[in-house]
Design a protein around this ligand. Structure first.
Ligand code: SF4
Length: 233
């Protein structure tokens, strides 16, 4: 079995609840969405990656294990396009795992949920696309999050915001998550201000406001992409 992989590398997690953790990142090629803010556009093309077998991935990962290793992050692109490959890998390798997903493929989520320890499920806003209705996408994202929570993963929903993002949009998202997640006390929401942080020099009061509004419904954290401050991948 093989999957298209862009890169396998060791670094420090710069986003979400595992921020600061040393991880090995497996970045798959191919994505089923086309977000305007995508910071890995080269990963969207499934042809961009190299076909890597399970055995080859296992060897690559073991070659770069470090004493501070915490977990393996499956990212992309959209890693769930390779759910069967991830399932087989995790069944053969006893690593803690983080799934970084756009949440749009609940049937694929189901295949690997019981093997996932942490999951970052993106909540996409309509402003993240040139022309796409996100209602159906939100429903699938919530379905994926619920599947992962039911199987015991620690799940956080990540929303990338721009200085132009309407504060009321965040109110709507928080309300929706609170309503749709079976036990919303088990989920956190991470507000991720889009990079570069220079965007935000004049707009930090908006971030406080967004956090307050989400905090009325959910556990909330505001975390920028810290790996970019460290100048690591
Ligand atoms: S889901 Fe992720 S990888 Fe796919 S286009 Fe959006 S930001 Fe890029």
């Amino acid at each position: 079995m093989k999957a298209p992989i862009m890169e396998v590398f060791s670094s420090i997690q710069g986003e979400g609840l595992l921020i600061g953790r040393r991880q090995i990142f497996v970045r798959f090629a191919g994505c089923n969405l086309n977000c305007t803010y995508c910071d890995t556009p080269e990963s969207r093309d499934p042809q961009a990656g190299t076909q890597v077998s399970l055995q080859e991935l296992q060897k690559k990962v073991h070659n770069i294990l470090t004493p501070d290793f915490h977990s393996i992050s499956f990212t992309g692109g959209e890693p769930l396009l390779q759910a069967n490959f991830i399932k087989n890998f995790l069944e053969e390798n006893d690593f803690k795992s983080l799934l970084e997903t756009n949440g749009s493929l609940p049937k694929e989520t189901k295949k690997i949920a019981e093997l996932i320890d942490y999951a970052s499920v993106d909540i996409k806003l309509s402003e993240h696309f040139k022309d796409m209705n996100v209602d159906d996408l939100w429903a699938r994202e919530m379905e994926s999050a619920n599947i992962l929570i039911e199987k015991g993963a620690k799940v956080y929903c990540k929303v990338v915001v721009l200085p132009s993002t309407n504060v009321d949009t965040l109110r709507l998202v928080a309300h929706y998550i609170k309503r749709e997640i079976s036990d919303s006390s088990l989920v956190s929401m991470v507000i991720q201000p889009a990079s570069p942080l220079e965007y935000w020099v004049q707009h930090t009061p908006r971030l406080f406001r967004m956090s307050e509004i989400v905090g009325e419904k959910l556990d909330v954290l505001t975390i920028p992409q810290v790996h970019k401050l460290l100048n690591v991948r």
